[in-house]
Design a binder for this molecule. Structure first.
Ligand code: THU
Length: 141
């Protein structure tokens, strides 16, 4: 893992795409908005938000929304994902916290991640943290 400032990061564009996706979150039960922006090897970005359900277990995370969109459009090589999350009544810049992908999303993304390249980017709006997939999903199945 390494960190760098958000404002000057080369990944700012990907984080900003994740922020725009988070604005479309459907999260009436948790109130926690999540956005993901997935970069594929053709340079495309697939975005996703969390989509909750009254049957809580049917909820889908932002990262898997983005992944399923990419796969269904024929983009199978994932290079990076940026993830943002914040409580919807606390949208000011200084309340965003690092939103780490859940275990299911880590496993789901691993299926399509280009192994040597893939990185996960999270931010609190001041700095960003960049992880390799192996750091977040060691000894994966
Ligand atoms: N959530 C995501 O979308 N991605 C994550 O990595 C963590 C959790 C969503 C699921 C649920 O709608 C809300 O955040 C609260 O758990």
């Amino acid at each position: 893992m390494y960190t760098e400032p958000y404002e000057t990061s080369d990944y700012k564009y990907l984080i900003d795409a994740a922020k725009r996706a988070a604005e479309r979150a459907y999260c009436p039960y948790s109130g926690f908005r999540v956005g993901a922006a997935l970069l594929t090897s053709d340079g495309n970005i697939s975005t996703g938000c969390n989509v909750e359900n009254r049957s809580y277990g049917a909820t889908i995370c932002a990262e898997r929304t983005a992944a399923v969109k990419a796969i269904s459009e024929g983009r199978h090589n994932f290079n990076a994902v940026a993830v943002v999350g914040y409580y919807e009544n606390h949208e000011s810049d200084d309340t965003m916290t690092y939103c780490m992908p859940c275990g299911i999303c880590r496993q789901f993304i691993a299926e399509f991640a280009v192994p040597a390249d893939f990185i996960i980017i999270v931010t609190d709006n001041k700095s960003i943290k960049i992880y390799t997939l192996d750091e977040l999903l060691p000894e994966a199945f």
